[in-house]
Design a protein around this ligand. Structure first.
Ligand code: ARG
Length: 575
């Protein structure tokens, strides 16, 4: 909230000798209104000073005098509660938000640091399913959040474009393939071939051997194999890119698994030299047993490499390329062991940056149909999900606002927003039960709920403009308005306080890799706005008050807009 935390940091530092930054980062948000805006827990000082925390809180409270930004400080048990001076807060915050507009929230905290985010990463020839959607949506939100904090962010789409599935696919295509169907609808068609292969292989197990052989051919650069692989890859990638642009997502790099083939020999040699990988019956294995992890196969006896071998090469390459501050892998929880092994091997190879690699894990999404499985063909295609979202949103909008001109545009924003927000509002670790009614509920904790608050403010401004108000809202006399006691109702105060927490919530979302904090915050802000709007008329208020309230909700509109944008969601002006 502006620089209050820093101010409090300096203040307490001068009284306790603690480092200001340490104070600032230990500040908590009190659990209910009336306890101030920030609470400092005194347990740490209690330990070092060997006094009960409530005594320390009381002593500190007695020493602190109000300041320009600080109305008062009170002790409450082991906590020291700080009450921000409202007029001071209002008079700084609101002009700042409206001045910066779409840039509000941007800061330089991450300056000079690079964060590499590995996300989405669908597999060629397997459909882009709802699990990949989670990775895409969470990764994209983290990308935008780190970006606004001033980090250099590199978004990498580690495409699953190599591996034994290509052997299967080549075999299936050679036996049963049909070129025109492939061109018509590559992703579905390749997927059907993949399913067909598994069905046929049950009857005829020799197919598995044939597939192994063809993957081997591919790894040996066999011309026919490489040609087929290239086509499968190019056609699928084209379709993935179409989906990404529909979702408004871009990547800085599409270096997928195949990109690292050229580096595998080197990587394996390095692992052997460092004494990590040992030959065992022709295969190459990293023994991780001393670390409580199962042994890890790096090369099979037939010479074929594995997913983890490519990940090993990729991590080293990325460090050399980007010197990252952090490397985030946004991948489902089912790969937890894979990443434990990967990070352990990197550490054992002597790379100190191994500790900067983080697996950003997430749970499954359940539809009523049950968990999706690529092999058996019970699978939900992302495209179908998105189309369904658009249809449903369109119907709701048509019913709620029949006169709206651009219904389709609004339906796209609301439908996509509902799917994205329906994912991000949940703690990512948890499994999600996806329920259409729930994610599209205009009064629930949903994108449409937040978007609706935004659209409502836009509509108030359209009306104000029609009534001749100068909606650019010159703010020169704003401090006077505050001194005169404007914006002092509980709803107004609460709304400004919530507004002021935006930057903090963005930071928290980044620090804990949890966009859910930001999603939840936006629901709170929309809720506080609705309460305000219910109790405090804007356009019918007397002239000065009306301008003060317009300024307040303009700030809310900007933060709702910018916050949704950080989650990868658009905010319609009408819906
Ligand atoms: N393609 C993989 C999958 O669908 C995800 C890849 C994640 N990234 C990585 N570097 N392993 O399961």
């Amino acid at each position: 909230m502006l620089a209050f935390k820093e101010e409090i940091g300096y203040l307490l530092s001068s009284l306790t000798g603690m480092h200001p930054g340490e104070v600032a980062s230990s500040l908590e948000i009190p659990p209910e209104p009336g306890l101030g805006e920030y609470a400092f827990p005194c347990y740490g000082l209690a330990r070092s000073q060997k006094k009960p925390p409530q005594v320390i809180a009381a002593e500190l409270a007695a020493k602190i005098k109000p300041a320009e930004y600080l109305e008062k400080v009170q002790s409450a048990g082991p906590y020291l509660n700080f009450y921000v001076h409202r007029p001071y807060l209002f008079s700084r915050l609101l002009p700042e938000i409206t001045r910066l507009g779409p840039e509000y929230g941007r800061n330089g905290e991450g300056q000079g640091h690079t964060v590499v985010i590995d996300y989405s990463a669908p597999n060629i020839a397997k459909p882009f399913g709802i699990g990949h959607l989670r990775s895409t949506v969470i990764g994209n939100a983290l990308y935008r959040i780190y970006n606004i904090m001033g980090y250099r962010v590199v978004g990498v789409n580690h495409l699953g474009d190599w591996g034994t599935q290509f052997g299967k696919l080549i075999v299936a295509y050679r036996h049963w393939g049909d070129n025109s169907r492939l061109e018509e609808d590559p992703v579905h068609y390749l997927y059907n071939l993949y399913v067909l292969f598994h069905k046929e292989a049950e009857k005829n197990p020799e197919l598995e051997e044939e597939a192994r052989l063809w993957f081997r051919n591919l790894e040996m650069n066999d011309k026919e194999a490489v040609q087929l692989w290239e086509r499968f890859r190019a056609l699928s990638l084209e379709e993935f890119k179409r989906l990404y642009s529909f979702l408004g997502i871009q990547f800085d790099s599409y270096q997928g698994e195949s990109f690292y083939n050229r580096l595998l020999e080197k990587t394996i040699t390095l692992a052997v030299e460092k004494g990590l990988a040992k030959e065992s019956q022709g295969a190459l294995i990293a023994d991780l047993e001393p670390y409580g992890l199962p042994p890890c196969l790096l090369r099979k006896k037939d010479g074929a490499t594995l997913y983890i071998t490519r990940d090993l090469a990729a991590a080293i390459y990325r460090y050399e390329q980007y010197r990252f501050h952090k490397l985030l892998y946004v991948v489902g929880a089912e790969q937890t062991l894979h990443f434990k092994q990967l990070f352990k091997i990197l550490e054992l190879m002597g790379y100190s940056w191994a500790r900067d690699c983080v697996h950003i894990s997430f749970g499954l999404i359940y539809f009523k149909e049950g968990r999706m499985s690529t092999r058996e063909g019970r699978v939900i295609f992302l495209e179908d999900v998105l189309n369904r979202a658009l249809d449903l949103a369109y119907n709701i909008i048509k019913e709620k606002n029949p006169d709206l001109l651009h219904k389709e545009k609004a339906a796209r924003m609301v439908g996509l927003g509902a799917v994205i927000f329906g994912d991000l509002i949940n703690d990512r670790i948890k499994d999600i039960e996806f329920d259409w009614d729930k994610v599209l509920d205009f009064s629930g904790e949903t994108a449409p709920y937040v978007q609706y608050a935004h659209a409502r403010i836009c509509s108030i401004f359209r009306k104000a403009a029609r009534e001749g108000e100068d909606v650019s809202l010159p703010v020169d006399n704003f401090p006077d308005l505050l001194e005169a006691g404007f914006l002092s109702s509980p709803e107004e105060e609460q709304l400004v306080i919530t507004l002021a927490r935006f930057v903090e919530q963005v930071r928290r979302a980044a620090q804990e890799y949890r966009p859910s904090y930001l999603a939840r915050y936006l629901v709170d802000l929309a809720r506080d706005f609705n309460k305000f709007y219910h109790n405090c008329p804007v356009l019918t208020a007397e002239k000065s008050l009306r301008r003060a309230r317009l300024l307040l909700i303009k700030g809310v509109r900007i933060v709702l807009h910018n916050g949704l944008a950080l989650l990868g969601i658009e905010a319609p002006e009408e819906m």
